[in-house]
Design a binder for this molecule. Structure first.
Ligand code: DQA
Length: 142
């Protein structure tokens, strides 16, 4: 099985960015963690991070016929992007939403998730482990 793992804006600044909320480990550590989980499960993965909404839409579109599922942390675009929602619906691959923090316990504007409307599951507030749960979920449903 082959999974596409997408991380949205500002996640490249993990470790520097609001460490009380997102933790002290950096983005390279997150990518290494995801690769380790996939390797242990015998899953091929491609990791993609972008600060640009259109680039994320392009990447989702390119997944059609190439991947068996998508794990996505759209970051701030979670709460604003109908374009990412529509792209996920268009390719109709099984998708799982991840947030490092518990967005349901934060500001009101973070309670809305457009991307989540096209996802089978959401894992939030689990830090890096949320990505592991998402990967294991997609493996189990395969
Ligand atoms: C986030 C939560 C979002 O509200 C925020 O804009 C992010 C990161 C998370 O992983 O907790 O950038 O998606």
């Amino acid at each position: 099985m082959k999974l596409l793992i997408i991380n949205g804006p500002n996640l490249n600044l993990l470790g520097v960015r609001e460490p009380d909320i997102y933790g002290k480990k950096d983005f390279a550590a997150l990518e290494a963690f995801i690769r380790e989980v996939c390797a242990a499960e015998g899953i091929d993965c491609e990791l993609f991070q972008s600060n640009h909404e259109g680039a994320i839409v392009d990447k989702i579109q390119s997944a059609l016929g190439r991947f068996d599922g998508i794990v996505i942390n759209p970051a701030a675009y979670t709460h604003t992007s109908v374009a990412i929602l529509d792209a996920l619906k268009a390719v109709a691959l099984p998708a799982v939403e991840v947030h490092l923090s518990d967005v349901s316990a934060r500001e009101e504007f973070r309670h809305i998730s457009y991307a989540g409307l096209a996802c089978e599951k959401t894992f939030m507030g689990l830090g890096f482990d949320g990505y592991k749960e998402a990967i294991l979920y997609l493996k189990r449903r395969d």
